[in-house]
Design a protein around this ligand. Structure first.
Ligand code: NDP
Length: 333
């Protein structure tokens, strides 16, 4: 039962030996005890920037617990149920949630009435449009929902307003661009290469620039002011957005925390995507798969095939080599 193990605490950027595949453990699929829960064959795993923060020594504080060294890592995954001892989930149903990164996982039940997914809940997927299952760790999972929820209450968009989004070719950013256009906003977008700039333009953004070759503040001055900033990166980009904020601008702090500011009466509100699940999950699954299936929405995906590509994929993610959602595909189904 191959699994992805946190092998080494990185010094700076992770490298190919930070996460490694360990194939030593075996599992008897017919006999492994399920403790009233389910046995899942994992189909795809999400790779996300926040995981870098978990690759730290256990005694260093952080938002989420550090990955235990030498142990399997966890995150969002999608899989198919092979065996079930609970009436909550049937064999052949597909599930999405926070799981151990291994080929097969047992998810026990708690008191027989809930499945343990590290407190984040297990979702049964109703794939009405027969989309690839791996989409559920990307556009239809955390990344897509982050873009969708962030644009709802926090940004309170009004048609005709100007939205600026950073890391615009990334998993969240490229969807923010498209959702924002669909809401009638003017979209300014930044990203880190000319190739990404063309790609984001092709998704409908009104003005796209490479923040490595032009000055962000000057671009925003020319094409702003910014009514809504969807921040995925913090740092100097965020400061440039503050300098070019419109009166009563709204900043969605997706990627970073920030400094204070009152000159433009900017309202800032942190985004934790899980806060919005109860309110919008049903609507999300109504709207987004439909638009994806009809071709109205385009999904940029950077798929790596095979668990042993995890190291390379994660380094790509943290060095900006990814285009769209980074996903590790164990089996295309
Ligand atoms: P991306 O797919 O956008 O991948 C990361 C991108 O960030 C890279 O492609 C690169 O794009 C850019 N980047 C890489 N290194 C740096 C750097 N040092 N400084 C600035 N930019 C860099 O990731 P996601 O779309 O999954 O996530 C975007 C942000 O949203 C992240 O900060 C993530 O942690 C956050 N997030 C927050 C959630 C929440 O609930 N608040 C939920 C999900 C994500 P480029 O080449 O354009 O620079």
């Amino acid at each position: 039962n191959p699994r992805i193990v946190f092998n080494e605490i990185p010094n700076g950027l992770p490298n190919a030996t930070t996460l490694v595949v360990d194939g030593a453990q075996t599992i008897d699929l017919d006999e492994v005890p399920l403790q009233g829960g389910i046995l899942v064959k994992v189909l795809a795993l999400s790779l996300d920037p926040y995981m870098r923060n978990r690759m730290r020594p256990a005694d260093v504080p952080g938002d989420m617990p550090a990955f235990p060294l030498g142990d399997v890592v966890t995150g969002f995954g999608v899989g198919v149920v092979l065996r079930s001892e609970t009436s909550l989930v049937n064999v052949d149903e597909h599930v999405y949630g926070f799981i151990a990164y291994q080929r097969y996982i047992v998810i026990p039940s708690i008191n027989g009435n809930a499945l343990d997914m590290e407190g984040l809940g297990l979702q049964i997927i109703h794939n009405k449009y027969n989309l690839p299952w791996r989409y559920y760790v990307g556009i239809l999972g955390m990344s897509g929902q982050t873009a969708y929820y962030g644009l709802k209450d926090i940004s309170r968009p009004k048609a005709g307003e100007t939205l600026f989004v950073s890391a615009a070719s990334g998993a969240v950013g490229h969807l923010v661009v498209q959702f924002a256009k669909a809401l009638g906003l003017k979209v300014i977008a930044s990203c880190g290469s000319d190739q990404k700039v063309s790609l984001v333009k092709s998704l409908g953004a009104d003005h796209v620039f490479n923040y490595k070759t032009v000055d962000t503040a000057a671009e925003l001055k020319q094409h702003g002011p910014v009514d809504i900033y969807f921040d995925n990166v913090g740092g100097p980009t965020l400061e440039a957005a503050i300098e070019n904020a419109a009166q009563k601008a709204r900043f969605v702090l997706c990627g970073m925390n920030l400094w204070l500011l009152n000159r433009y009466r900017v309202k800032m509100e942190g985004l934790i995507m899980t806060d919005w699940i109860d309110k919008y999950l049903e609507e999300f699954h109504e709207v987004v798969p439909r638009n994806l299936a009809s071709g109205k929405l385009k999904y940029l995906e950077h798929a790596y095939y095979g668990m042993d590509r995890v190291g390379e994929a994660f380094v790509d993610l943290l060095t900006g080599m990814n285009v769209g959602k980074s996903v590790l595909v164990l089996e295309d189904a």
